[in-house]
Ligand binder design. Sequence first.
Ligand code: ADP
Length: 499
Amino acid sequence: MATATQAVQLTDSVSRYIAKSRQMLINGKWVDAASGKTFPTYNPATGEVLANVAEGDKEDINRAVAAARAAFDTGPWSRITPSERGKLIWKLADLIENHAEEFAQLESLDNGKPVTIARIADIPGTIDMFRYMAGWATKLEGNTIPISAHGAKFLAYTLREPVGVVGQIIPWNFPLMMASWKLGPALATGCCVILKPAEQTPLSALLLGELIQEAGIPDGVVNIVPGYGETAGAALAAHPNVDKIAFTGSTEVGKLIVHAATGNLKKVSLELGGKSPNVVFQDADIDATIPGAAMAIFFNHGQCCCAGSRLYVEAKEFDKVVDGVSQLASKIRVGPGMEPTTDMGPLVSEEQMNKVCSYLESGYAEGAKATVGGSRQGDKGYFVKPTVLVNTNEKMKVVREEIFGPVVTAIPFKDVDDLVVKANATEYGLAAGVWTRDIGKAHRIASQLRAGTVWINCYNVFDPAMPFGGYKQSGWGREMGHEVLNLYTEVKSVCTPIS
Ligand code: ADP
């Protein structure tokens, strides 16, 4: 454990923020839950309570949907110009930048991730996303359409209009950044929102709510209702006055969301689980590939839907790559996220730690062996050692199912055909990595892999301009880039005779 150095000093505002109970944001007011209930959010490095948060339920979702509905149907948001919308989103990005250190500390305390990583990944990624989406507010154009019907002259054109009131349910792995992936396009397209953060990590979304108010985004446009998935989340997904639900989380819950949405056939977009193959050919630059393959799985403690969790290595280089990744894993300093020397923090919760450890046990029971790590670390906090499993095959649970922790399975392959079959033998299709110096082969394989993102000689490269989402059971729709605008807009055809 990284204990030799002083923990990062909490800013005064973060100390104040976590000492108080947190309310929820409905119609521009900070309010308690209708039930008066609160729930605790924990520091996963210690297991101690960080703050008590208002526990939203069906009644609070009803209040928030009514506020969003009014803001959308008749409120100022329906009359605001695209340019003003863009300016408000940009201003929000500036405010987040001013509060970057507070956000980094809150993410580290609530989620467990190293504050050093939150500073360079989560917070800048969030700011970039809002700035990118601010630009789209003024660029939502339709088309003019040549019409042949009836032999007469028509003027026909399309309008791109906001889909309406959107429920957004987000996970705990990148709490603030996931809020930005959802709120950015919703605000750019003119939608109104009810955001439900994950119960494990509600704090950064609540601070974001304060900045949304400070930026001048009108009351009711963004409502933030923390609470549990089975109650607040389920009520939002089923709500008859919600036009769309956007969800990021597990495939299992994604299916529940789809069922819940059928009542009013609301639009649904889903960013779900993954079991992404990371493929190393013997002609790759192996020295660059080894750290790349380690980062592909160990970044964010493996709690990434796109984690490169199935490492396939061409047989000739298998031992070298596995040794290299294992050595790097053994050097990762696991400790509290607020220690400046920590490379990897705890998993987000006791439940998540137990789930990852039970996967390890199932792997051992089926014959897998750990070359490094392989168990919990310590007995306080929710730490799991970075782990490489060998002697694995596609029949094993650890190879088939998403572990969502710092565990990679390594498997050798014979040739390209063998590899493509193995890599695609999964119900998921979120991402993949290919490492080779042969550029033709790289692009051939990229086209054969059934995945929404293929990284060639890199991994975990994200940009607000690059679409992200899944094939197969990894989801519906693409977030980021201009593709996401389709998820938040309706296309209206307008047609009139002009002769
Ligand atoms: P994980 O298993 O990684 O915690 P989940 O898919 O359970 O991921 O959670 C992602 C988000 O979905 C969280 O905000 C959670 O509260 C929410 N959620 C969980 N269950 C439901 C449900 N039945 N309906 C709606 N939202 C849910």
